[in-house]
Design a protein around this ligand. Structure first.
Ligand SMILES: [Zn+2]
Length: 300
């Protein structure tokens, strides 16, 4: 499942390739998106910016003919003439790819859900299960975005607000609370296990029992780790990122994670075998060290 850093990198790559460019090709398999394109074509509009919000990717288009807003134009009923934002969410399966015009695609065109082409590039949303157009002016009211908690990767990330939301989470465990995008946006299943290890928290602790100091530590680490994974050494070019996620700060791929995916292997701190359990609403996998992250009954 893509985490906040993956979406952030995808948005940055798409922005570098597409921002300021006029759309010359637009195709979609989604009815709501096709209807907007039919009523007020996306071709001819300018891609204004591509950004990430939590795990949502937002592609903003100018209004038709550079129109700033349709809301004050009484003669037009179709507000889709104004600036529009394409919101997509990858869930488990989706991904955006960017290709230079004419470059072969790496996934089957059959799974292409949205295609946005400019003179130089073509962006393809493969198997993206959630996509809709929203009016730019009303974007903040879109339910999927309005519900989001503070974004770990946002420049104005409010750690106190995120802690306040997490502390009252109704999820049964801290592991599940960290994945609740309405509490804090951007943390996925891999980082969840890594962050709990770094905070020496037993993953099945009820959120109400987590000390504020531990929440702060979790979130500061989340921001540090996610930001470290969005640093692009090749800022100037358009390169699809294929690097591996790291949390240990080591470059050897075999050493790149503390606990995630390491069931039965020795803890990097104490040598205890790493434990593994599926749990929760979506049967997500959680990895932890029973010594560094003891259950309350086993605590010294
Ligand atoms: Zn350990």
């Amino acid at each position: 499942m893509p985490e906040g850093d993956t979406i952030f990198r995808a948005a940055r790559t798409l922005h570098t390739a597409l921002a300021g460019q006029v759309v010359t090709r637009f195709e979609t398999q989604y009815a709501q998106i096709a209807r907007v394109h039919h009523d007020a074509p996306i071709t001819g509009r300018t891609v204004e910016r591509v950004t990430a919000r939590g795990k949502h990717l937002l592609m903003a288009f100018s209004g038709v003919g550079g129109r700033q807003s349709a809301a004050d134009d009484q003669s037009r009923r179709l507000r889709v003439d104004g600036p529009m934002v394409l919101r997509t969410h990858m869930l488990m399966t989706g991904s955006w790819h960017i290709y230079r015009t004419g470059e072969p695609w790496q996934r089957s065109p059959v799974s292409a859900r949205i295609v946005v082409g400019t003179a130089g590039f073509v962006a393809v949303a493969f198997a993206v299960p959630v996509a809709e157009f929203v009016e730019a002016a009303a974007m903040e009211d879109a339910p999927a975005l309005a519900r989001l908690g503070p974004d770990v990767l946002a420049a104005d990330f409010d750690v106190d607000r995120a802690v306040a939301r997490l502390a009252v989470s109704t999820r049964p465990t801290v592991a599940e609370a960290l994945l609740d995008q309405t509490a804090v946006a951007g943390i996925g299943n891999v980082y969840k296990s890594e962050l709990l290890f770094l905070a020496t928290l037993w993953p099945f602790t009820p959120p109400a029992d987590v000390p504020v100091a531990s929440w702060l530590r979790l979130l500061r680490n989340a921001r540090t780790l996610l930001q470290a994974n969005v640093v692009d050494p090749r800022e100037t070019g358009v390169v699809t990122y294929r690097g591996m996620r790291r949390t240990t700060g080591r470059s050897n791929p075999a050493e790149r994670l503390y606990v995630y995916g390491r069931q039965g292997e020795p803890c990097r701190t104490c040598g205890s075998p790493i434990q593994f359990r599926h749990h929760g609403e979506h049967n997500r996998s959680t990895y932890w060290c029973p010594t560094c992250q003891p259950a309350p009954s086993a605590a010294p």
